[in-house]
Design a protein around this ligand. Structure first.
Ligand code: SF4
Ligand code: SF4
Length: 260
């Protein structure tokens, strides 16, 4: 097991270089929250959180075999795979994908950053399932190299939403959780919006969207779009979530006056 490695942007730089030789993980885990499935998932010890479960993981790309188990098991979708072997100006980025219809190899998609903003186009090269009875799909998409480290998701479902509507596939789309942390579906959000809410903050209080571990990082963009449409307002007018600091576990002894 490796105990070295780097964290944060330093580890990105190491991953970027290592990706020239093969598929390697990129760890974008910045919040000090109690979490370590990546460490348990990794068969080679390339990702280490250590005894302090709130520590940001350290990553050693030299120990990574690109298996993708950490990508599938990270609840925060904070890990992806990168491959730059082709040296053709494009990178192969592998992302977790849990919602919507199954992407199909060869299809063109839009790739988005961590806030859901469109970055560029990409082409799906490979779709594989990792896990047991409820596997996570890992989708490999070819994107221009300059976008590779910014990509965090596919806007596959959203750009085709109108097409789904025509094809009567909306019910299956609406039933999926838009806020995965609190398990709130878009269907539920739409029901709540019928009450006439006009701000994202009010929607959060009414539905619990954005109150989970990711504080709205993944759902905010889609929710603002939906809310603006329902309220007949601009996206800027409906506001934005205030990012809350993650809550760290505190020992009971500390609350009782014990010295740290
Ligand atoms: S891709 Fe596989 S080997 Fe690399 S860090 Fe993730 S689990 Fe470990
Ligand atoms: S959020 Fe993902 S990368 Fe961060 S500690 Fe948890 S499992 Fe690991």
């Amino acid at each position: 097991m490796h105990s070295g490695g780097t964290e944060g942007r330093e580890s990105w730089r190491d991953s970027w270089e290592a990706a020239r030789e093969g598929t390697v993980a990129v760890v974008d885990c910045r919040q000090e929250i109690p979490c370590n499935p990546c460490e348990e998932a990794c068969p080679t010890g390339a990702i280490r959180v250590g005894p302090d479960i709130c520590a940001v993981p350290r990553f050693d790309p030299r120990a990574c075999n690109g298996c993708g188990r950490c990508v599938a098991l990270c609840p925060g979708m904070a890990v992806f795979l990168l491959d730059r072997r082709e040296d053709d100006g494009f990178a192969r980025v592998t992302l977790p994908y849990e919602m919507g219809r199954r992407p199909v190899e060869g299809e063109e998609v839009q790739v988005v950053d961590g806030e859901g903003k469109a970055l560029t186009g990409g082409k799906i090269l490979k779709v594989r399932a990792v896990g047991g009875k409820a596997p996570t799909l890992l989708v490999t998409v070819k994107v221009p190299e300059e976008a590779a480290l910014k990509v965090r998701g596919l806007r596959y479902r959203l750009i085709e939403r109108d097409a789904f509507r025509e094809a009567d596939e909306v019910p299956s789309f609406s039933g999926y959780p838009i806020c995965r942390c609190e398990d709130v579906s878009m269907e539920r959000v739409k029901d709540i919006l019928q009450a006439g809410l006009r701000s994202l903050t009010a929607l959060r209080r009414a539905s619990r969207v954005g109150l989970g571990y990711c504080p709205g990082m993944f759902c905010q963009s889609s929710l603002r779009e939906e809310l603006a449409r329902a309220a007949g307002r601009g996206e800027k007018e409906v506001g934005a979530f205030k990012v809350r600091p993650p809550v760290r576990p505190v020992k009971l002894g500390l609350l009782g006056g014990e010295n740290a």
